[in-house]
Design a protein around this ligand. Sequence first.
Ligand SMILES: NC(=O)C1=CN([C@@H]2O[C@H](COP(=O)(O)OP(=O)(O)OC[C@H]3O[C@@H](n4cnc5c(N)ncnc54)[C@H](O)[C@@H]3O)[C@@H](O)[C@H]2O)C=CC1
Ligand SMILES: O=c1[nH]c(=O)c2[nH+]cn([C@@H]3O[C@H](COP(=O)(O)O)[C@@H](O)[C@H]3O)c2[nH]1
Ligand SMILES: [K+]
Length: 480
Amino acid sequence: MYDGLSFDDVLLLPQYSEIVPKETNIESYITNSIKLRVPLISAAMDTVTESDMAIAMAKMGGIGCIHKNLSINEQVQEVKKVKNYENAIVRNPVTVSPETPVQKIMEIQKSLNISGIPVTNNGKLVGIITNRDVRFVENLNISAQDVMTKHNLITVNDKISLSEAKSLLHKYRIERLIVTDDNDQCIGLITVKDILNINKYPYSSKDDNSRLRVAAAIGVDDLDRALELSRAETDLLILDTAHGHSKLAIDSLKLLKSRIPQEIVVGNIVTAQAAKDLIQAGADALKVGIGPGSICTTRVIAGIGVPQFSAIMNVTKACIDTDIKIIADGGIKHSGDIAKALAAGAHTVMLGSLFAGTDEAPGEIIVYNNRTYKNYRGMGSLSAMRQGSSSRYFQNKNASKLVAEGVEARVPYKGTVNNVVEQLKGGIKASLGYTGNHNIQELHKSAKFTKITLSSAKESHPHSVMISSAPPNYFSEEIQ
Ligand SMILES: NC(=O)C1=CN([C@@H]2O[C@H](COP(=O)(O)OP(=O)(O)OC[C@H]3O[C@@H](n4cnc5c(N)ncnc54)[C@H](O)[C@@H]3O)[C@@H](O)[C@H]2O)C=CC1
Ligand SMILES: O=c1[nH]c(=O)c2[nH+]cn([C@@H]3O[C@H](COP(=O)(O)O)[C@@H](O)[C@H]3O)c2[nH]1
Ligand SMILES: [K+]
């Protein structure tokens, strides 16, 4: 038996520092081959991460993990939306045939928020329609071929460099280049908007082909899903189970390692022995956390778990002298908890509740008692399990557990996830400044902690006052 500690039981000791927060670097690795400029992962939960969240996370230098409460095909489509996003070349753009009525074209422009649509005849480029071509059309029943621009189309092949594309767009003062292959088939578009976007996010997480990175969750006994996600060039698979230290998880991991080239993260675990066994079975990274999550009830339902700070320490000890990376998953309430998780040995952290209230999380904004919220539920809650087993029907015979280990809840609406990430980055950087470290690698080596009491934890929070204006990075039950 040992004393288990959670984030609220410890504080990082400040140390002599010659560094100010803005000079610090918070890049880290989720696995050995995938570097993140921001060590944050959005959770594989159906109220947190689908393509919108994953795109936003990757743009900011983190990564999103697409949840698995979807059919294989739906999950693959979410991955593809991320992989096809913001490429200088938009592959397989929306096209219309020459006979398409202008009315229909205007509907497509509006619903997809796009202006230029190539017109193709059996794939062969015959023209392009832009807002300018349809703006003053009165008879909306006339067809694309009557209004499209068909002469002097500026086309390029897909070997074009970004700088060549920019100079052509400038030379002809146009908004888009059409990418064709040797047979005049339209295979893509390069738009000014996408090029401007690339420059706006210099830290984004990208693969070798400049596509945004994305992770995806799979279950045990889920080979078909893994193979399809692998084929869709998902950057990383996360084998996501309540009990990672199990024969099923280990057997699944070994099978996956023999069948797919992607690196595999496995979780969740909380002991050194689990870490050793999963490393032996081929894990590329380990995900730590049983029961710390804001919506988790595993510890009270099953009476098991390890307080999250100690769990990270346990796994870190087993990983010394290896190059295995650690993800701290669950229980993060404030940016200070992220700093503590990293200092305890984690390389990255996974967040659910902190991101669930943002625009990019799936689900609508709801109003309750005159305040705005979004729904957030555990993946082991009854409603999530019901949905999961219906979409995974016949794919995962272990999927229908009837005893819930999570709750359905709501979290305050927070606007765009960019603001949340900026605040969290600021908190991590402040911590590096206080501890005198340039980066997370130095923090791993030098971190010192002090154990605190409940009364100290109370002292840490605002006290003896009524908060009249909540800052964007501090949330407490009292000021909901
Ligand atoms: N991080 C955490 O503390 C927890 C997370 N969850 C999340 O909820 C979702 C559904 O959870 P699962 O139960 O994994 O899905 P599931 O019901 O599909 O179970 C999948 C596999 O997990 C293992 N497993 C689950 N509970 C176990 C137990 N009590 N004893 C031994 N093995 C067990 C078994 O191998 C089982 O076949 C997942 O997304 C999971 O990450 C659920 C509970 C705890
Ligand atoms: O015991 C559990 N029952 C559940 O229903 C459940 N759903 C998610 N998770 C885990 O919680 C993590 C998110 O936690 P936070 O909201 O605290 O960031 C997630 O990343 C998961 O590891 C669950 N754990
Ligand atoms: K909990």
